[in-house]
Structures are given as C-alpha cells and as structure tokens.
Design a protein around this ligand. Structure first.
Ligand SMILES: *Cc1c(COP(=O)(O)O)cnc(C)c1O
Length: 492
C-alpha cells in the first residue's frame, strides 16, 4: 500500500496556525480597507505547511488520466494527441494579452491567424465561408440551424419547421434542433447501420427546413447514399446540414462541400486537436456553401483591398443574437491551436489523417472480433462499435470490461452509445497511435475476454487498482457534493 493520502481533502489536513506562505511587505504603505467591504468572519481556508500542500495537489494531479499518460480510445469524442507546440503558440504573450475590444490596427497578426484559419477550414471542407464564433459542437449546430432558418425566412418560406435526423445521431443534434424551435423527425437506419433512404422518402415535404447528417455516422460508417439523399432533400426545398464534429477520417479523402452539403460545423477540439476532457474549452466553427454567406452570422475577419485585416460585423441585420453565437471572436486560444495543428501537418500530411485513423480502427476491429461481438462487420472509418463480449453466458457486461480496462491503465472506450445496441462499446484509436500501442491494447482486451470466462467475478468487481472503485454515478449526477461544507454537513 502506498502512503499517499488519497481521499483526504486539503481541509482535513489543516491545523490552525500552520502557514505555507509569507507575504512581502507592501511597497505602497498600509491602507485600511473600508469596513463595509470587509468580510464579517474570517474565510474558512485550510491552514497547511508548504510540503503538505505541494504533495496533496501533486498526488491529486497524478490521478488524472489524459492522452499524455495513456491510450484513450474514446469513440465519438476523439481524444487525440494535442501537441505541446500548440499550447506554446497559444500561450505567447502577444496573443494572451490581447484585449477583445482592441482596435484592429493594433492586432493585425492575431487577425491574420484568425483569417488564415477561416480560409483553411473552407478549403478543407469545400465550403465557401466560415464563422469561428461558436464555442462547441452543439453551439455550432444551433448556429448552423439558425443560419438555415434565416435563409428560409429571407425567402418568405416560414412553414419549414421540421428537421430530419437519423436515429443514430449524436444527442446534441435533436437537442439543438429543439433549442432552435424546430421539430425533430427521426429517420431510421438500415440493418447495415446507414440512413434508410426508403424510410426517408415519405418524410420529405415543404415543411422540411433541413436534414442533419453525421458522416462517418456515429457507428463509424460512411453514408454511401449521400448523393441521393442530398438530391431528395434539396428537391423538397430543404438544406443539408453536416455534423463534422469528427472530421478526422475525411481529411484527405473527401469534402462535405463536394458531397452536396450546404452548412456544417467542425469540432476543432476533436478534429484539430485541443485538450477537451472535462468539458472544454472548445470551438465549433460553422461553414456555408456559396450563396449562403449572407446568412452566416458575423463577426468574421476579412482582408480589405490594402491587405489589412478588419473585423466585419452584421449581427443587427439578422435574426441571430450575439449571445447565441459566442462573445467577440469565439475561443481564440482554441482557434490558434487548431491553426498550429493544421500548419504543422501541412498540405501533404493532413491527407494522411483520414487514411491512418481509418486503418487503425479497422485493425483493432479485425484483431478483436473473435472475442467481442461485431454487429456491423463492414469496413469502418475512424471508429466502430462492438456489442459487448461475444460470450454472453458469463454475465460480464460492457460496463465491467470498461472498468477492468482502468486496472490495466487504459481509459475506457465510449460505452452504451450509440443506443442502437444494448452493450455498445465504441472504440476510436485516432491516427496518432503507434502499432505497438494498439497491439498492447488489443492484448489487454483479449486478456479481459479470457478473464470474463475464467474468473468473471474479478471483472465484475473491477476496478481493483484505482483510488476508488465504482462510484454511484447516478447519485453523483443527481446530488453532487462540490464543497467541503456540503461534505461535512452530509456526514452529520
Ligand atoms: C462531440 C459531438 C458533438 C457535440 O460537440 P460538443 O463540442 O460536445 O458540443 C456533436 N456531434 C457529434 C457527432 C459529436 O461527436
């Protein structure tokens, strides 16, 4: 057993009068704070010596799992390597110390970087223009749907209130449509996991604002019928929306704009690297095809005829409020990281992202399909889904496999999503992983499958080597304990 004080809060290590700091004498003399601004009682801060503080937080930080300390095959959320150079560039003082209201003449370099990213995304996706404002994928979806709504409204076509969304879609798609005041119509998948064109046809009509598609879809499959689907949706006057949260497998292979899509978002924090565990910060730029530029909310950065970069704004003209699209120019530091990533790879290497992420996913799928149930055996793109262990007689579930992986030092894949299968285990290796890493992961997955047969109890009670075992996630979500006081009160 180690001697780390796991589970102790810094408050519990506190002793009255112990100090881990010393403040220098003020250079400005002594000023009494007006009594009206002073707190009535002392803040209840922990009192600890310096070593206790350092060890406490260092030990806590070592409980974190991230892409920098282990393989993180989380399907759909794309946890890939985030090169340190991105952080360095985004932390340059000239970027960090910018003020959002600074005159454009004084921050030409930053605006140029912003402009470059707008252009790069347009080229990569085959669309005409991008706004970098939205701060997440879901935020991008809402912005994109509002753009579509503005387009229909401008034509006096206000009866279009419905959005078609496949049953395999990410949960944010129907949520964004609902927030936008649109009604969701679900289209079914075929047994092969693709949008069922026959099921789609009767849904089409003059009340359809758009169809949202994810490609590759959430099963990691390429939607082969896109040309026909786009033709059908456009035929009834609707627009095609592309959920490009995970664009990895498309890079270098094809472009949404060339497939007939009108509007899309990209998650910079998935496709173009940026640490995004724990909820952010993110960035979900939205692009539109030629002809829809005027409906895309601004601000955006343009280059004037003298080669100067200026911020163009038009919000007041549209039905979209600034609050809906994020403050100022969005999450600028994420945008810088994405640009650094794109420029580091360069035009040639970016073309390898799609093929490599696809190769890695298919390799794992083929190596493990003897032990795990593969409901859809066809070629996948960057990710794929198992439906739990092949041998169902042991009672070992996907949850158990995920927990056991923690014992072996791996972050679990995405589990119980998509909802199309009962025991979904969704694996995405990304393009950055070496064959050695992937082989070791496959060995562990095979080992767990053997354990499930030989010693099912061991897997069902995993994890055994983590600071805590299975948390009650329902209780944690419904009744989160986020302050020390709350913890003490709850104990009483
Ligand atoms: C992650 C994801 C989203 C949502 O992105 P957020 O940044 O989490 O809001 C939408 N669609 C798909 C397919 C995703 O994988």
């Amino acid at each position: 057993m180690n001697n780390k004080l796991y589970g102790n809060l810094i408050f519990e290590l506190s002793h009255p009068g112990r100090k881990g700091y010393s403040l220098p004498k003020s250079r400005f003399g002594h000023y009494e704070i007006p009594s009206g601004l002073k707190r009535e009682a002392d803040a209840e801060l922990p009192e600890c010596d310096e070593m206790t503080v350092v060890r406490h937080y260092t030990n806590l930080s070592e409980n974190n799992f991230g892409v920098d300390n282990g393989f993180y095959p989380l399907g759909s959320c794309t946890m890939k390597y985030n090169p340190g150079i991105n952080e360095e560039i985004a932390s340059l003082p000239d970027f960090v110390n910018l003020h959002p209201l600074q005159p454009a003449e004084t921050c030409q370099g930053a605006l140029e970087a912003y402009y470059e990213l707008q252009q790069a995304l347009a080229e990569i996706s085959g669309l005409s223009e991008f706004t970098l404002n939205p701060c997440a994928g879901a935020h991008g979806e809402l912005t994109g749907l509002m753009t579509i709504r503005s387009y229909h409204k401008s034509r006096g076509d206000e009866k279009r209130t419905k959005v078609i969304i496949p049953d395999s879609a990410h949960g944010t798609n129907p949520a964004s449509a609902a927030v936008c005041g649109l009604e969701v119509v679900e289209v079914k998948s075929t047994p092969e996991g693709l949008v069922d064109v026959e099921d789609l046809k009767p849904l089409l009509g003059d009340d359809i604002a758009a169809m949202m598609m994810t490609n590759p879809n959430t099963l990691g499959l390429f939607e082969k019928e896109i040309p026909e689907i786009a033709q059908l949706v456009h035929g009834c006057g609707g627009l095609m929306y592309y959920d490009g949260a995970n664009l990895n497998p498309m890079l270098g292979a094809c472009r949404p704009g060339d497939m007939g899509f009108d509007v899309m978002h990209i998650n910079l924090h998935k496709t173009f690297s940026t640490p995004h565990g724990g909820g952010g910060p993110g960035s979900g730029p939205v692009g539109v095809r030629k002809g829809l530029e005027e409906f895309l909310p601004k601000p955006r950065v343009i280059k004037d005829k003298d080669g100067k970069f200026v911020i163009e704004n038009n919000l007041e003209e549209y039905d979209i409020h600034q609050n809906h699209i994020g403050a100022f120019l969005g999450n600028f530091n994420v945008e810088l990281k994405a640009l650094a990533y794109i420029l580091t790879l360069g035009r040639e290497n970016i073309k390898l992202v799609g093929p490599l992420s696809t190769l890695n996913a298919n390799y794992i799928k083929e190596v493990l399909k003897d032990a795990y149930e593969l409901p859809i055996p066809s070629l996948c793109k960057h990710e794929f889904v198992f439906n739990g262990l092949k041998d169902k007689s042991t009672g070992v579930t996907t949850m158990d496999v995920a927990k056991r992986l923690l014992d072996y030092g791996y972050h679990a894949p995405t589990i119980y999503f998509p909802l199309l299968f009962h025991e979904s285990l969704m694996i995405e290796p990304t393009e950055n992983e070496s064959k050695d890493t992937i082989d070791k992961f496959c060995d562990v997955m095979h080992k767990i499958a053997r354990e499930a047969t030989e010693d099912p109890e061991c897997v069902k009670s995993a994890p055994h080597h983590t600071p805590i075992s299975r948390a009650d996630d329902v209780l944690a979500a419904k009744n989160p304990i986020v302050t020390y006081k709350q913890l003490v009160n709850d104990k009483d």
